[in-house]
Each structure stands twice: as structure tokens, then as C-alpha cells.
Design a protein around this ligand. Structure first.
Ligand code: SER
Length: 321
């Protein structure tokens, strides 16, 4: 990734900025484009405010329009969403937030200075009819969660607004994201972050998935770099306007815990699968991301051993401090 340019006319809005990806993305974009050129937004106040923040409920279209026009926003990273596990508790609310929020933004992008949109999609767009191993870019999408349904439809709307109205919208199907900066909430892949906190504090963890459920995962630095590289790629390279498949590593809970035990040998794990097991079982286990590698030269840095090393170090530091 090249360095940020100084006279950058970009004005960025991040929705759902208090979440797992938003906090780290905001820091990175502010370092590249300047603190005041990146406005974070969410429905609750952030724990720490490191730059301009506005309250924004994504379903309040008037307020959304006000923020985008008043701040002369040119790019939106639309991260506000309810994730897979939480989504099952409130399907209609999840559909409204995940899909209608996106539609308002895409529609504003038709005729305001807003000219670029990032839409985070997910491995939750896949379902039991999708090939499980090396899942292709173009494949069966019959998700079984409301979250997956909303993201699949969202991808199609992105493609539609691009083809029909020329909106420069770009999207990634994120695998489970593993980060030390914040604890994810409401997802099915959350176990892979929770375990580090429990292992370092208490030497034990009760896992809500079965030990052999392999899922695609990615370390936060790779996810953030991919996002910025995709958004900064020349438009002609971005030939795919539904979500790009993106891959870094795949592992099962047991494989992850074995790697963590190299640093914390005392770690004792028990398994108590809950409703999230069914969600995980409906997803695929590894991803073919050749399209992203070919079109905008994506490549990952972190595999399982590298990720476990940095996560163990960073989370240990946090608790020592
Ligand atoms: N990490 C998400 C979830 O578990 C998948 O995109 O819901």
C-alpha cells in the first residue's frame, strides 16, 4: 500500500464505526487522509474519540442526508450492520438495518458529491448448497441466516446501482475477522477472538462451536489493508461489483487452540455448541479468492501461526497494562 497523498480531497464517513472493523479502519484512514477528513458515526458514543464523530442512526434517512451533504462526504464505508448470531434474535430489525441502510446510501450516491461506497459483505452469503472447499467467486448463494440474506441482497443492489447509475461501489466478503483492538459482538466467528482473552486471563475457554468446524478467517491488519487497497484501486481494475471472495487462512477451533497452547500450554478447553453451530455448519470452510488476487493484486500476510503470535502478544500486553 503506498503512502497517503497530502492534498487529498477525500472526505470519508464511516457508519457503524464503533464496531470491530470500524475502530481500526478509522485509525488507518485518519493516518492516510488526515484526522479531520474521516468522520466516524454510530448510534452510541465511542469509548475514545480520536477525531470527528457524529451520532447517526442509519435508518434515519434525513439525518443521513444531512451528514453526507453538510460534511461534503465523498466516500462512505458503510459498516453499520447486525451480525449473524444477533441477527437471528431479531430478523426484521436485522433486515431493515442491514439492507435499508445500504439502499439509502446507494441512492444518495446517485446525485450528491458522494461518489464511492464500500459495502462489507461476508462468508455468511454462502449456504449449504455452496461448494464447501475452495468456494468459487461465482457460486450458489442460498444463505440460511437473515444476516446472510441481507448481505446477499446487498451485494446484488450494489451491482445494480453500479450498472444502472454508475455508483462506484466496492465490496469484500470478509471471513471471520480476528483482532486485538476490540471484542466483536454478535457474530459466529467471535469465538476465535474470545478465546485469546479467556486463555490469557483464566487459562480456560468454553467454545460454542464443535472442535472440527473449519471456517475462513483473517487477521485484522490484512482485512484493513484489503479494504483500503480495494477502495484505492483504479476503477477499471475493479471489474467485480458484488463482494470479492477474500482468503487468508482457515482453521477449526481445535486447530486454533493447539496453536495457542504453544504460548499458553495450561489452556483447558471444553466444547458446548449452541445455536451458532448450525450457522457455522451452513458456511463454507475455505475460499478461492483468485479474482481479487488477479484484479487488484490482493495478497494476505498473516496465516494461523503469525496471527496467533501477534494476538497472544498484544492481548497479553493489554492485561498486563
Ligand atoms: N464474522 C461474521 C459473523 O460471524 C461473519 O461475517 O457473523
Amino acid at each position: 500500500m503506498s503512502n497517503a497523498t497530502n492534498n487529498n480531497p477525500r472526505k470519508v464517513l464511516i457508519t457503524g464505526a464503533n464496531g470491530q472493523i470500524g475502530q481500526v479502519l478509522a485509525q488507518n484512514l485518519r493516518a492516510r487522509y488526515g484526522t479531520d477528513n474521516v468522520i466516524t458515526s454510530d448510534i452510541t458514543k465511542p469509548k475514545v474519540t480520536l477525531g470527528p464523530f457524529v451520532f447517526l442512526d442509519i435508518l434515519n434517512t434525513m439525518r443521513l442526508q444531512e451528514v453526507i451533504t453538510d460534511h461534503k462526504i465523498t466516500e462512505v464505508y458503510h459498516l453499520a450492520a447486525i451480525l449473524s448470531a444477533s441477527g437471528e434474535w431479531n430478523p426484521i430489525k436485522t433486515w431493515n438495518i442491514n439492507l435499508n441502510g445500504l439502499l439509502s446510501i446507494l441512492d444518495l450516491a446517485k446525485d450528491t458529491p458522494l461518489d464511492k461506497v464500500f459495502f462489507p459483505s461476508t462468508i455468511a452469503v454462502f449456504g449449504t448448497t455452496t461448494p464447501r472447499v475452495d468456494t468459487p467467486q461465482d457460486t450458489a448463494l442460498q444463505p440460511e441466516t437473515v444476516y446472510g440474506m441481507s448481505k446477499t441482497s446487498g451485494e446484488l443492489w450494489c451491482n445494480y446501482y453500479h450498472n444502472k447509475f454508475g455508483v462506484d461501489v466496492r465490496s469484500i466478503r470478509y471471513p471471520g475477522i480476528i483482532s486485538h483492538q476490540s471484542i466483536p459482538a454478535g457474530g459466529t466467528t467471535d469465538y476465535a477472538v474470545e478465546v485469546f482473552h479467556e486463555a490469557i486471563q483464566h487459562n480456560k475457554y468454553e467454545c460454542f462451536l464443535e472442535k472440527d468446524t473449519r471456517l475462513p478467517m483473517m487477521y485484522i491488519d490484512d482485512a484493513i489493508r484489503a479494504t483500503i487497497e480495494l477502495m484505492e484501486a483504479p476503477a477499471e481494475k475493479v471489474k467485480t461489483r458484488i463482494g470479492y471472495n477474500l482468503s487468508a487462512m482457515s482453521f477449526s477451533p481445535e486447530e486454533l487452540f493447539t496453536e495457542i497452547k504453544k504460548y499458553i500450554p495450561e489452556l483447558a478447553v471444553t466444547y458446548k455448541p449452541d445455536f451458532r453451530q448450525e450457522i457455522a455448519s451452513s458456511w463454507t470452510e475455505s475460499i478461492d479468492d483468485q479474482r481479487a488476487r488477479d484484479e487488484w493484486q490482493w495478497s494476505h500476510d498473516y496465516g494461523l501461526p503469525e496471527m496467533v503470535k501477534v494476538m497472544t502478544e498484544e492481548i497479553s500486553k493489554k492485561y498486563k497494562a
